[in-house]
Write a protein that binds this ligand. Structure first.
Ligand code: FAD
Length: 354
C-alpha cells in the first residue's frame, strides 16, 4: 500500500528545500524524496575550486541567510552544502534520502509517486530534480575516433588529475571559463574552445546584478512590457576572481569551435590541429524530467509547457528550479524562493487550504 501525504517534493536540493519552506508556512503536509545519500543536491559534486558568483548574502534561500564564509567573498561549494544541510535540519524537513523516483502516475483523484524505496499517494507533486544528472553533450564529428579521455563538467574535479597532459576545454559559459582558468592556473597545457567569442560580464557585475536583471525581466513580462532579455543580455561569464586573473594575465584566450575530433586531438576548418590527451565538455545540462513521462505532460515541441511553475496539462504538478522557463533565476539560490512561494500558494489553494 502506498503511503499518503498531501504533497511529494521530488528532489532535495535547494529548490526542493525552498518548496518545503513555503509549504510548511502554509500548513501543507509534505515529504521530500531525494535520490542521494546526503544533503546539498548538485553542490556535493562540483569541482573543488568552484566559487559562487554571488556573495553569501545574495545566495540565501527563504527564511535563513547564508552565513559569510570566513576569508571568502564568494563562497565555495562545500559552504553551500553545509548551508543546505543546516537549513533542512533547522526546519526539520521530512527528507527521505536514497529514494529515487522512477515515475509519477495518475491514480484516480490522486497522483502516485513510485520510488525505489516505495510508493506514495499524493494530491500534488513538486518536481525539483535539477539538471546535474542530465549532462548535455553536443553532436561532434569524430567523437568516437578520439583515443584520449572525454569527460563532461560533472566528472571534472581538479587539475591534479591532468598533470603533464594537454587538455581542451569546450564551452564559453561559467563552467567552461572557471574550469579553463583552474587548469591554466595549474600550468596545464590548455586550449579553450568556445562557439562564439567569450562574453564576460563587466568586472563589477556579479550574481547580485544577475538577480536584479532577472527580477526586472519578470516585472516587465508581468506588466506586459517588452522583454528586457534578463540575464542573457549582460553576458555569459561572471568574471569571478580566478577567471579575471587568468584572463588578465593572458592565460585565457579562446579559439573558435573546431570542426571535428581526430584520433589524437581536434581539427579546425582551416586544417590547423591541436593535439590533446583529454577533452572536457562544459556544454551544459538538460532538465531531469524522465520521472514525469507517465503523465504525458510534454507539448508538441518536446518541452513541458508551464504557466509559472504549474504544468499546463496537469495543474497538480509544479516544476521548480530548472531555469528561466519556471521563473526568472529559479535555478539559483536566491532566485528560487519566489517561484517556490508561488507553487506552494497554488497548491494550498488547490487543496482548499487558502
Ligand atoms: P539540484 O541541486 O540538482 O538538486 C536536485 C536533487 O534532486 C538532487 O539531490 C538529485 O539527486 C535529486 N534527484 C534528481 N532526480 C531525482 C529523482 N528521479 N528522484 C529523486 N531525486 C532526484 N547558482 C547560484 O545561485 N549561484 C552560483 O554561483 C551558481 N553557480 C553554479 C555553477 C555551476 C557549475 C552550476 C552547474 C550551477 C550553478 N548555479 C549557481 C545554479 C544552481 O544554483 C544549481 O544548478 C542548483 O544546484 C539547482 O538546484 P536544484 O535544487 O534545482 O537542483
Amino acid at each position: 500500500m502506498p503511503q499518503r501525504t498531501d504533497v511529494v517534493i521530488v528532489g532535495g536540493g535547494q529548490s526542493g528545500l525552498a518548496a518545503g519552506y513555503h509549504l510548511r508556512r502554509l500548513g501543507v503536509e509534505f515529504v521530500i524524496l531525494d535520490a542521494q545519500a546526503g544533503p546539498g543536491g548538485a553542490w556535493q559534486h562540483t569541482w573543488d575550486s568552484l566559487r559562487l558568483f554571488s556573495p553569501a548574502q545574495y545566495s540565501s534561500l527563504p527564511g535563513r541567510l547564508m552565513p559569510v564564509q570566513p576569508g571568502q567573498t564568494y563562497p565555495d561549494a562545500r559552504h553551500v552544502v553545509d548551508y543546505l544541510a543546516d537549513y533542512e535540519k533547522r526546519y526539520d524537513f521530512p527528507v527521505h534520502r536514497g529514494a529515487r523516483v522512477d515515475g509519477v502516475h495518475h491514480d484516480g483523484t490522486h497522483l502516485r509517486v513510485e520510488a525505489d524505496t516505495g510508493a506514495w499517494r499524493a494530491r500534488a507533486v513538486i518536481s525539483a530534480t535539477g539538471t546535474w544528472t542530465r549532462p548535455f553533450l553536443p553532436a561532434a564529428h569524430g567523437r568516437r575516433e578520439f583515443q584520449g579521455r572525454q569527460l563532461h563538467t560533472v566528472r571534472y574535479k581538479s587539475p591534479e588529475e591532468f598533470a603533464g597532459q594537454r587538455v581542451i576545454v569546450v564551452g564559453g559559459g561559467n563552467s567552461g571559463a572557471q574550469i579553463a582558468a583552474d587548469l591554466a592556473h595549474a600550468g596545464i597545457d590548455l586550449t579553450w574552445v568556445t562557439q562564439r567569442p567569450p562574453r564576460y560580464l563587466a568586472d563589477d557585475i556579479d550574481g547580485r546584478a544577475l538577480f536584479d536583471a532577472a527580477t526586472a525581466r519578470r516585472r516587465a513580462l508581468e506588466e506586459g512590457r517588452t522583454d528586457t532579455g534578463g540575464v542573457a543580455s549582460l553576458g555569459d561569464i561572471v568574471a569571478v576572481p580566478p577567471v579575471r586573473e587568468a584572463r588578465d594575465t593572458g592565460l585565457l584566450t579562446a579559439r573558435p569551435m573546431f570542426t571535428r575530433l581526430t584520433r589524437t586531438g581536434v581539427e579546425w576548418a582551416d586544417g590547423t590541429r591541436a593535439e590533446a590527451d583529454a577533452i572536457v565538455w562544459c556544454t551544459g545540462f538538460r532538465p531531469a524530467l524522465s520521472h514525469l513521462a507517465p503523465l504525458g505532460l510534454r507539448g508538441p515541441r518536446g518541452h513541458i509547457p508551464t504557466a509559472g511553475t504549474q504544468a499546463l496539462r496537469e495543474p497538480r504538478v509544479h516544476l521548480l528550479g530548472y531555469g528561466d522557463w519556471t521563473g526568472p533565476a529559479s535555478a539559483t539560490l536566491i532566485g528560487v524562493g519566489r517561484p517556490a512561494r508561488d507553487a506552494a500558494r497554488a497548491i494550498a489553494e488547490l487543496l482548499g487550504l487558502r
